[in-house]
Design a protein around this ligand. Structure first.
Ligand code: AR6
Length: 337
């Protein structure tokens, strides 16, 4: 997956480069800076002393010393004042300068902490938005694996309003199923109630059900029935007028995995991979179901993951990164390869 959110201590990340949220002196401090200096050992400070500091929004690179990472990219985030003092431009610059430096050093994988979101006081949801936007913009033109490393749950915030809205959406759907199960049990007993309830999720999909095939060529229909996942995917990419690269990048799938799918007509993707393509193609719910079916999957209301996907599709929000942030916030696995 080119872009991934992970919960970890950044000093443990075995990547080509980790990014340090440093201060202008580059001589160490608290937070993630302190953790990186402690884990890398005193040699790091020696090299940092020779760098002569770093401006806010800029980035400098050192070796990783005792860290599993080969390099450390030190960047200085802005101190948050009122949001009107150029903070967002400076924060964006931290990410783009760090990524440019990583590219110049041929790094294939980089891990970022949420810069400025600790001691420097940047509101977390905004800091995360800027991080995700800048990283995804870079990834649209470059091949690299970028990790957003979140230290603790409290440091991850998708915004209260969105969180509440998704939570309500999940509750409503769970509720629906359980209510049907309860009513069914009263009428016909447990076993039948369960089989009845298993149909319940479909009801919520009715408004998005597939249009009837009216007068379509029979040949086309039988061709579509025989189509494999890979064939359907490639057909839909063509129908949308997308290039392969546009599609797999938007799906947060790396090029190698896409080539495998392209060359193996019977390739069976994982469910998150299949959904990622449906999102990249901006398929409505019924077409998402159609594509998933080709890979042997379906969306149901018996797990949060599926309901969150449904939430975003119904809202017409096809940003894989926004969806992954929400999935992460609800402790679900992420979309992508
Ligand atoms: N791994 C991943 N993330 C971490 C770790 C870790 N080990 N430790 C903290 N975080 P901060 P800033 C998260 O304060 O706001 C220093 O003193 C943390 O939860 O480290 O840019 C420097 O020297 C938060 O979300 O950096 C500067 O003076 C994020 O990293 C100043 O702090 C950033 O928090 C920089 O402040």
């Amino acid at each position: 997956m080119p872009f991934e959110i992970v919960r970890n201590d950044i000093t443990r990340m075995a990547v080509d480069a980790i990014v340090n949220a440093a201060n202008a002196s580059l001589l160490g401090g608290g937070g993630v800076d302190g953790a990186i200096h402690r884990a890398a050992g005193p040699e790091l400070l020696k090299e940092c002393k020779a760098l002569g500091g770093c401006k806010t929004g800029a980035a400098k690179i050192t070796r990783g010393y005792k860290l599993p990472a080969k390099y450390i990219i030190h960047t200085v985030g802005p101190v948050y004042r009122d949001g009107k003092s150029g903070e967002s431009e400076l924060l964006r610059s931290c990410y783009s300068e760090s990524l440019a430096l990583a590219k110049a050093y041929s790094c294939e994988s980089v891990a970022f902490p949420l810069i400025s979101a600790g001691a420097y006081g940047y509101p977390k949801a905004e800091a995360l938005r800027i991080a995700v936007d800048t990283i995804t913009e870079f990834l649209s033109a470059n091949d690299m694996t970028v990790y957003m490393v979140v230290f603790d749950r409290a440091s991850f915030d998708i915004g209260e309003e969105l969180y509440r809205d998704i939570a309500e959406y999940i509750d409503d759907r769970y509720e629906k199923k359980h209510r049907i199960l309860r009513q069914g049990r009263d009428i016909c007993g447990e076993a039948q109630a369960r089989s009845f309830a298993s149909f319940a999720p479909k009801a919520a999909f009715e408004e998005d059900s597939a249009p009837m095939v009216a007068g379509g060529a029979f040949d086309d229909l039988s061709f579509e029935l025989d189509e494999s996942f890979s064939q359907m995917l490639l057909r839909k990419i063509d129908e949308k007028g997308m290039t392969d690269a546009q599609c797999y990048k938007k799906a947060n799938i790396d090029r190698k995995l896409f080539s495998k799918i392209r060359s193996d007509v019977n390739y069976k993707p994982s469910k998150p991979t299949a959904i990622a393509f449906a999102i990249a193609l901006e398929l409505p719910l019924w077409e998402t179901e159609e594509l998933l079916k080709k890979a042997g999957f379906a969306l149901s209301h018996s797990n949060k993951f599926d309901i969150i996907i449904e939430y975003f599709i119904k809202k017409g929000n096809y940003s894989i990164f926004a969806i992954n942030e929400a999935l992460f916030a609800f402790d679900q696995s992420l979309l992508g390869g």
